[in-house]
Design a protein around this ligand. Structure first.
Ligand code: ADP
Length: 477
């Protein structure tokens, strides 16, 4: 089998490879992917540093053209790339293709943003002096990504980094090198000069750590676990570099008595179980007021009977497998913890067998949970959710906010008063009214508060805050 190699200084290199395994069928090898060493990571950083002066001064039309071309190719190959994504990560083919289209839209958006970056001019407070405020690229940007959005997250970090004139060292998650390799190949062929974008696939503890330890990485954007995020933070402070973190969530979805039951159930099922619950914006706490509680739980049970868990590539599958054995073990552990803590496993939660060996788990819904239980406090990152019964809106809001995290927060209600109040008072970076907690647009800011995020927002024009530095220039005369 051919080895998919790393891209360092414009050359495809690397012979030490690992198998990329399909979680729907562990007998299926998606491909062989090179594993970079710490020395490779260092070579990539050197290449990115060398490429920076010319790239940072390159015309915005060149950047625009490369990003546009990339967007076009990703869109033209959406079925093939979506299939690769579903095969290596396990989300359904519809989700895989949808995410691929999203990646194309992100490259398209930042192709435009490359042309739109602007500054300000002001008069000085002193006579005969003008002040210009401009934004310049940061330098070498290290990009470290997780496995749950194998193409969209790399896209929403690589596209703005390049659009604003930075060079990049990109380390994707170990489990999903396929999409990472594919988009780097597309960008490379679209005409990026040598060293502007480097791909180093491999272990976080080796390749990622080498990036954290390098004084030549000027900024790091990271999405992943809280534990690793804290490492990124402390290493970055050590080097006085810019950093941005997107980490966990324990997102609440509040269902009030006056909610439209169908909207509430659809949004809850989507939030909790789609993409196998493996989204940082997934909801695992369904906070339900007394008057609708029993009807909501019964309707969820009914709806969950029709959710088909199966091979990600099969047309009738609604929920693909869990990404790997480690994550499956964690999900199963939390189901046991929930039971021990006294929550009632009302529906699902069993391991499922299919025609092929894979990591199949029936979505699990607990009832009679409290917000103190570990299943309500810790991020599970699987298709496991808990219903917490509350008296009224005030208690629902208090419980929604009673979490160390603050990424996304949702409410189902027909009341303008409660929707308005919730939008103002939810302690989260993103608030959803009558919509799932997951599922966002690509042209507006994405990010959270509290333990979920750190640093400027990602996506939309707000991305320029991270990928540029501000300069203030004074001119006399
Ligand atoms: P998850 O539990 O979702 O895999 P991680 O935080 O472990 O989350 O992984 C997110 C990304 O961080 C991956 O690309 C992983 O390889 C990388 N990573 C893991 N450990 C380190 C580390 N010590 N330094 C830098 N990156 C790391």
């Amino acid at each position: 089998m051919t080895i998919h190699q790393n891209l360092i200084a414009g050359e495809w290199v690397g012979s030490d490879a690992i198998n990329n395994i399909n979680p729907s069928n562990t007998n299926d090898v998606v491909g062989d992917y090179a594993q970079a060493s710490a020395e490779d990571a260092m070579a990539a950083i050197v290449a990115a540093k060398a490429a920076f002066p010319a790239w940072s001064r390159s015309g915005i039309l060149e950047r625009h053209a490369i990003l546009r071309k990339t967007a076009d190719e990703i869109l033209a190959r959406k079925d093939e790339l979506g299939r690769l994504l579903s095969r290596e990560e396990g989300k359904t083919l519809a989700e895989g293709i949808g995410e691929t289209v999203r990646a194309s839209q992100i490259f398209d958006f930042f192709a435009g943003e490359a042309l739109r970056l602007s500054g300000e001019t002001l008069p000085s407070v002193r006579p005969n002096i003008g002040v210009e405020i401009s934004r310049e690229p940061v330098g070498v940007v290290g990009i470290i990504t997780p496995w749950n959005f194998p193409i969209a997250i790399p896209a929403w970090k690589i596209a703005p980094a390049l659009a604003y004139g930075n060079t990049v060292v990109f380390k994707p998650a170990e489990l999903v090198p396929g999409c990472a390799h594919a988009i780097v190949d597309i960008l490379h062929r679209a005409g990026l000069p040598k060293g502007v974008l480097n791909l180093v696939m491999g272990k976080g503890s080796v390749v990622g750590q080498a990036m954290l330890d390098s004084p030549d990485v000027d900024a790091i954007t990271f999405t992943g676990s809280t534990v690793t995020g804290k490492r990124v933070a402390s290493a970055s402070i050590e080097h006085n570099r810019k950093f941005q973190l997107e980490m966990g969530g324990k997102n609440p979805f509040v269902i009030l008595d006056d909610a439209d039951l169908d909207i509430a159930v659809e949004a809850a099922v989507n939030s909790a179980f789609f993409s196998t619950g493996q989204r940082c914006t997934a909801s695992s706490r369904l906070i339900v007021t007394e008057g609708i509680h029993d009807r909501f739980v019964a309707a969820m049970g009914e709806r969950m009977k029709h959710l088909v868990v199966g091979d990600a590539l099969k047309a009738d599958t609604h929920i693909g497998p869990v990404v790997d054995q480690k994550q499956l073990d964690q999900d199963v552990d939390y189901i046991a913890i929930g039971k021990r803590e006294g929550a009632r496993l009302a529906f699902g939660g069993d391991l499922a067998r299919r025609d092929t060996p894979g990591f199949y788990l029936q979505p699990a819904l607990f009832t009679e949970a409290t917000n103190r239980m570990r299943i309500s406090r810790e991020e599970i990152f699987g298709p496991v959710a808990a219903v917490i019964r509350v008296r009224d809106y005030d208690e629902a809001l208090a419980i929604a906010n009673d979490t160390p995290f603050g990424l996304s927060s949702g409410i189902a209600t027909a009341s303008l008063k409660h929707a308005t109040h919730f939008k103002r008072h939810a302690e989260a970076g993103m608030v959803m009214v009558n919509l799932p907690t997951a599922g966002v647009d690509f042209h507006v800011p994405f990010g959270g508060r509290k333990q979920s995020s750190y640093g400027p927002r990602e996506q939309g024009k707000y991305a320029s805050e991270f990928y540029t530095v501000v300069k203030t220039a004074y001119t006399f005369g």
